[in-house]
Design a protein around this ligand. Sequence first.
Ligand SMILES: [Mn+2]
Length: 421
Amino acid sequence: MFRFLHAADVHLDSPLVGLDRYESAPVETVRGATRRAFENLVGLAIDEEVAFVLLAGDLYDGDWKDYRTGLFFVDQMARLREAQIPVFVVAGNHDAASNITKYLRPPDNVHLFSSKRPETRIVEALNVAVHGQGYANREITADLAAAYPAADGTLFHVGLLHTSLDGRPGHAPYAPTSSQVLAQKGYHYWALGHIHKREVVSQVPWIVFPGNLQGRHARETGPKGCTLVTVENGAVKQVEERPVDVLRWAVSRVDADGASSTDDVLDAVGRAITSEADRSDGRPLAVRVEVYGRAACHEEIASDPDRWMQEVRALAAGVGSGDVWIEKVRFATERPVDLPQLAARDDAIGSLIRDIESAAADPAEIEALRAALADVRGVLPRELLDGDDAVDPHAPETLARMVVDARELLLARIARQRSAS
Ligand SMILES: [Mn+2]
């Protein structure tokens, strides 16, 4: 019997561009999170006395800013060397050979697979073969797995590969392949990387994405960590998810439908945050709150979103041990009245609503908005535009949402004016 650990997408020291723009952001905690999670991974490997550790690509987020990132990795590998644990590594799209200009030779327990051709390493004492190939450059569009050797039948075979497999929403299609191609190799376990959401793709053979090691923003939610695999009599006996993250991200959708007052809304938000905090296993929690639904207090919220965001922040301070940070609050409530009725009015308000409604559905208007926003791209934080699951500010759904947001803001202002006069 032996065990091994499979991790991927560590993205060590990945830059958190713009985080300090957010009010009261736990900048140091977030900045150090990928390192602390990696230390936990190494600690887990030592505690579980694993036979080896697999790192399936994107260990680094890109070229190191300085040598500290590389020195940190070497230090951690030295801990594993001390425990006589070998480590097998392939490069992914983020740390492809052509992306990395700095290099530090790791301790001799670490093997970095070639990026030119598939390579096989044998762990003699355990009759294990590990096959792998890294990325020579960022955009690998060929099926790397196709060239991996077939299993020979006498060893326990592991395939190490950074791949989008047959496509996953929000992830660039690198080294595409299919479960069928992987299964045909006759391996016992495919240790994949690239998809940041954990997924057991198949059990015969085992094909696993462990997900990334540590969530880095509100699009990487829930527990994050690695996969612990137990092998007995030459077969996989158990596959366990082991969280090693030090900070969690959550998106909390709060249904404010029918809420008659802002107190009702805040109560609902408070309950939602509390239940997220209960699920964070004692870890600090970063929450993005989205409030939606038709509520009588919509105008009050929509006319002063900043105030209500601060109210939500104040709420979070009182939840649990106080280790909850509200990253962002998005108010998407709507007024309980129906728009068609307003739009039918024979006055300035009716006319304004008809204009905005037609803009949202008019491709020419959306195109004009896209053109007007062409310069915005340049000033947006890089984290929004880059990466495997970036937000596109020019996407039709983003633009259509902006028009709806504008409509809501205008209507809320008009309603306030009218009730004040
Ligand atoms: Mn990747």
